[in-house]
Design a protein around this ligand. Structure first.
Ligand SMILES: [Zn+2]
Length: 194
């Protein structure tokens, strides 16, 4: 049975809700925090919370959560880690099934840091969640080039699609049955030629 974790950002606690509580949540009655009795927010099936003493990380994730589309599947801690990386200018990728077996295709997402103000800001601190917009593209490469470590042919790399906010990104991915949790940090994907 799936485990349903709930989080109270103000108390910096996570607890597992029982199935009855989860069913009640589906009808709009969130489980309550046992410390402050405020409604808790669903935090995915796999909890990997920061240490309770790590107030800075909890505060950041709480802030991100205010701008996320809350009904997204897998809205858990890996989501926050990846969103946080995007807000700091990182890049995430997800390989999807390519219709042509001679090709491999990835979805790539980066922060849209085109504005001068945002660009300057990023040098010192992550982009505030309320200001975030993203660039997303489909990047297809020839399998033979990847296998032989040839210079990638970027003629099949699509143009960036601008996604105007965190919740719009969540919605865009959800329509493709994906969530940010499914993505990998680009640095961890050895095959990606982008
Ligand atoms: Zn609480």
């Amino acid at each position: 049975m799936a485990k349903h974790n709930y989080v109270c950002f103000s108390c910096r606690t996570v607890r597992r809700a029982d199935p009855n509580e989860f069913d009640a949540d589906a009808e709009g009655q969130s489980p309550r925090c046992q410390h402050c009795s405020e409604p808790m927010q669903w935090a995915g099936n796999q909890a990997e919370p920061p240490k309770r003493s790590d107030r800075k990380t909890w505060a950041r994730w709480s802030n991100i959560s205010r701008f996320a589309a809350c009904d997204v599947r897998g809205w858990g801690f890996p989501y926050f880690m990846k969103m946080n990386s995007l807000l700091k200018g990182g890049r995430v990728v997800k390989e999807i099934i390519s219709e042509n077996p001679a090709e491999r295709t990835w979805i790539e997402i980066v922060l849209n840091a085109g504005g001068h103000e945002l660009h300057r800001l990023l040098r010192t601190s992550p982009c505030p969640p309320e200001k975030a917009s993203f660039n997303l593209r489909y990047a297809t490469f020839d399998r033979v080039d990847i296998d032989n470590h040839f210079d990638p042919d970027d003629s099949k790399v699509g143009n960036y699609i601008c996604i105007p906010s965190i919740s719009a990104l969540d919605d865009f991915l959800k329509k493709q049955n994906l969530t940010l949790e499914d993505f990998d940090f680009e640095s961890a994907v050895a095959d990606y030629p982008g």
